[in-house]
Write a protein that binds this ligand. Structure first.
Ligand SMILES: Cc1ncc(COP(=O)(O)O)c(C=O)c1O
Length: 376
């Protein structure tokens, strides 16, 4: 038994978080949509090149808003990968939809765009590409399929802040994009997220859904003389205290990404020989995709090797982890969803994948030594 010396994740503070929270306190505006929310929204609109960025209390909330905006009704089908976090599916299941799980690509572990068309039925309404590890899905093909079949594209860009596809920021390509600022992400606010609205026709309704189904935003802009209940909605906005924290992080988002890419490249170079020897497969970044170093993972040969690896690393004081239990195989996934094909690759990768510690301030050298010692 050994104690953990190197954790899997450690939140990175840029320095100004408490200063801005004190400012929000001094502003006497602690609820949502004050000075800091506005700063964050404008920054996101510019950086992510979207029509409107709405801060939410999580990416889960942004996905739920997207499902309402897509007018999802019971029995509608939503195409997504099974190799993803539960919120991708739950947001739509909450509205009565059936998640239809499609196999992943062998290189990026993103949804296999060549298998999407076969999954489309007359009930299909939405495609949800999930940009796994901050590496883009094959968006030109996915957007083309969506256009041909008149489907909405909602990007789950939870892990993809500051990543791009052919020069376009992730989250800005579909009608809607959903970002996460959860503590485990690159840019953080504890819990937090944003809905990026790219389709202009959805913008007004998005504001209303976020504000409990009221036209409160229009009232504050002087567009209506009183605010009232006009649609379904919930409370999806975030407080100024959180937005103040997030603003400090967004100001440093480029630097954060640069530092993480430095760590990612250290791992990547160090494991090249292991890959050549056939002991691991390293992440693959397709041409045209600029990633944000959200995670570094290795694919080991099989489940037994991975279990032994995680245990050996733990004994060397290093916490490495795996995910996801594929949604099609989870109890709720079986109850609510439907898988296309045998999901062979999804099942296989979920058993072979291991994630290494990745956080700013990490010394990768002891992790690299431990991996080499364990696998050589
Ligand atoms: C792919 C994906 N979607 C959605 C989420 C949910 O994000 P949040 O925790 O901000 O609700 C996550 C979080 O890990 C995620 O990885």
């Amino acid at each position: 038994m050994s104690t953990v010396k190197i954790p899997f994740n450690q939140p990175y503070m840029v320095g100004n978080e408490l200063h801005y929270i004190a400012k929000a306190h001094a502003n006497l505006h602690l609820a949502g949509d004050g000075e800091f929310t506005r700063k964050c929204s404008v920054w996101l609109e510019r950086t992510c090149q979207c029509h409107k960025a709405l801060l939410t209390h999580s990416c889960t909330a942004a996905l739920e808003m997207a499902a309402i905006l897509a007018d999802i009704r019971p029995g509608d089908e939503v195409i997504m990968p099974s190799f993803t976090f539960v919120s991708t599916a739950n947001a739509f299941v909450l509205r009565g939809a059936v998640p239809v799980f499609v196999e992943v690509r062998p290189d990026t572990l993103n949804i296999d765009e060549t298998k999407i068309e076969a999954a489309i039925t007359e009930r299909t309404r939405v495609i949800v590409p999930v940009h796994y590890a901050g590496v883009s899905c094959e968006m030109d093909t996915i957007l083309g399929i969506a256009k041909r079949h008149n489907l909405l594209v909602i990007e789950d860009a939870a892990q993809a802040v500051m990543s791009s596809y052919k020069g376009r920021p992730l989250g800005s390509l579909g009608a809607l994009g959903c970002l996460s600022f959860h503590e485990t992400k690159n840019v953080i606010s504890g819990e937090g997220g944003a809905l990026l609205v790219n389709d202009l026709s959805l913008a007004t309704r998005a504001e209303i859904i976020r504000e409990k189904g009221t036209n409160r935003c229009q009232f504050f802009r002087g567009q209506v003389d009183k605010y009232t209940w006009v649609d379904v909605g919930s409370s999806y906005l975030t407080s100024e205290i959180i937005a103040a924290f997030l603003w400090a992080q967004l100001e440093e988002a480029r630097e954060i990404t640069t530092q993480r890419l430095g760590l990612w490249n250290e791992y990547h170079e160090a494991f090249e020989a292991l890959e050549q020897a056939g002991a691991v497969r390293r992440p693959i970044i397709p041409e045209g995709c600029v990633h944000n170093a959200h995670m570094y993972y290795l694919l080991l040969s099989n489940l037994a090797k991975r279990t032994a690896f995680i245990e050996a690393m733990k004994n060397l004081g290093i916490n490495s982890v795996f995910h996801y239990v594929p949604l099609h195989s989870a109890p709720a996934g079986q109850r609510y969803g439907r898988a296309i094909g045998n999901m062979e690759l999804t099942n296989e990768y979920s058993e072979r994948l291991v994630r290494l510690p990745m956080w700013i301030g990490l010394d990768t050298e002891p992790v690299i030594s431990a991996v080499l010692k364990t696998l050589e």
